[in-house]
Design a protein around this ligand. Structure first.
Ligand code: ATP
Ligand code: MG
Length: 454
């Protein structure tokens, strides 16, 4: 095992002030109890880059039970990967015990040798080499080897305020480069989510990805199909709600990973880039801008946009005789049935997405009570934003959108006059996008229009 390069306090410039009080308590608590404890991962990386870490992860030679015994305010969680959460009010510090690569060692951290069988039981691999469970404890040197990128494998201790670097991570921090530790392809096979982490961190940090780390991604992308949809939902949130969704999306497309997350959308976009692509990019740019302004964000709107191309494609497959709402309901159901096979989108998000979509049809009916009811709908605002996004990306919806905005802002008398002045031929959304492709949706919409004009 190689030796660590050790960076002293004056060389790395990390100050205790930028470390959260909870994190410091855990570090000192473990050290006082006689264990080793380091900040590792994103915390050290971000501190070295002069960024405020979003959370702190601690690595220690204490087992989860030993950590649990030091902090009353802690809980052991996880099965695939047992870690301890130490709670300080809202802040949670994640503490993990040094781990060994599945086949690297057969001893646990409390120095009790594990039999080969026990070790194999603890670090279960699937036939394709994927690590399913990973609870073989090890030394810090071993812990380094199972981390993903060199810049995520720097260890900082408050014992003497030094940074330990076993894998030339500091040089990669200087180069602003993500480099996989070990053989990249093998590491992606062990855990395909590492491909998504490469993209997410490259976008977040504005880092390049080392050629040998990037090269296997396109080839290994299909391995993501083996990841449980619930884990992919978590990763989806991290990818798209961290303030860098546009660059993340572009990198995901470039590396053919987007099609693994949103297969139907990827296919639809490939067939018809143009307006749908513009709409997606615009929505992502808006999301990033909102986050930059400190505004809140929910995955609902983003999912409505990300799955809209899939919905349109599915709508075109519905028989023409179906009433539009019914056709859309069936199509939306299919879209989610397919998508949750990849990303487990909880119902509390998919329901409102479907409501936003339904309101797009509802907007075509500008009649008395229906229009009033639509105003009161709890997704009205989001649906108007969605309509606006469609307009901004090239659909001829300006008249319809301004009508609804005026209607929403008007008093009762103005509303009545707006309803009376409703144009007899409402806007036909989507006409810009080519007749054959839009046939189904246009016919859906014209049916709604005919009904609303009766
Ligand atoms: P962020 O700033 O988003 O928190 P992070 O690098 O800290 O980025 P975490 O998910 O908090 O990401 O993980 C903490 C550390 O655990 C990582 O820096 C890395 O060392 C290690 N790690 C996390 N996921 C994996 C993985 N799939 N394979 C190998 N190591 C991982
Ligand atoms: Mg982290």
């Amino acid at each position: 095992m190689q030796h660590a390069r050790i960076l002293s306090r004056s060389e790395h410039g990390i100050s205790r002030q930028s470390i959260s009080p909870g994190c410091l308590k855990v570090l000192y608590g473990l050290i006082d109890a006689g264990y080793d404890a380091y900040i590792v991962g994103g915390g050290v990386r971000d501190l070295l880059l002069g960024l405020q870490p979003k959370d702190f992860d601690i690595a220690t030679n204490a087992t989860p039970e030993q950590v649990r015994a030091v902090f009353r305010n802690s809980r052991i969680i996880g099965r695939r990967f047992r870690i301890v959460h130490v709670h300080f009010g809202k802040e949670i510090i994640e503490v993990s015990t040094f781990r060994a690569l599945a086949d690297a060692t057969f001893t646990s951290a409390d120095d009790e040798p594990l039999s080969r069988e026990e070790a194999q039981f603890d670090a279960v691999r699937s036939a394709s080499g994927m690590i399913l469970r990973d609870n073989v404890y090890g030394t810090i040197e071993e812990d380094v080897q199972r981390r993903d990128f060199t810049v995520n494998a720097l260890y900082y201790t408050v014992r003497n305020f030094v940074v330990h670097d076993y894998v030339d991570g500091l040089a990669d921090i200087d180069r602003r480069c993500l480099r996989m530790i070990g053989d990249a392809e093998q590491r992606y096979r062990e855990d395909p989510v590492r491909m998504l982490r490469a993209i997410r961190l490259a976008a977040k940090l504005d880092f390049s990805i080392a050629a040998t780390t990037e090269e296997p991604i396109r080839r290994c992308a299909p391995l993501l199909a083996s990841i449980p949809p619930a884990r992919l939902f978590d990763e989806f949130l991290k990818l798209f709600l961290a303030g860098h969704s546009l660059s993340t999306y572009r990198l995901l497309q470039e590396q053919r990973l987007f099609a693994q997350l949103f297969p139907a959308t990827a296919t639809a976009l490939q067939r018809e880039p143009g307006q749908l692509h513009a709409m997606l990019e615009l929505a992502l740019a808006n999301t990033d801008a909102r986050l930059a302004e400190g505004k809140s964000i929910t995955p609902v709107f983003l999912l409505a946009v990300l799955l809209w191309p899939a919905l349109e494609a599915e709508l075109r497959r519905q028989p023409a005789h179906l009433p539009p709402y019914q056709a859309q309901q069936i199509a939306a159901q299919r879209v989610f049935d397919d998508e949750v096979g990849r990303i487990a989108i909880p119902k509390r998000f998919s329901f409102p997405v479907r409501e936003i979509w339904e309101l797009q049809l509802g907007f075509l009916e500008r009649r008395g009570r229906r229009a009033e009811a639509l105003l009161a709908h709890k997704r009205f605002r989001a649906a108007i934003d969605f309509l606006m996004l469609r307009e901004q990306s090239g659909e001829p919806l300006q008249e319809l959108r301004t009508w609804w905005q005026s209607f929403a802002e008007a008093d009762a008398t103005v509303r009545a006059s707006l309803l009376q002045a409703t144009p007899s031929t409402p806007a036909t959304p989507g006409s810009k996008r080519g007749k054959s492709r839009r046939r189904r949706v246009n016919s859906v919409q014209s049916q709604v229009m005919e009904r609303s004009e009766q």
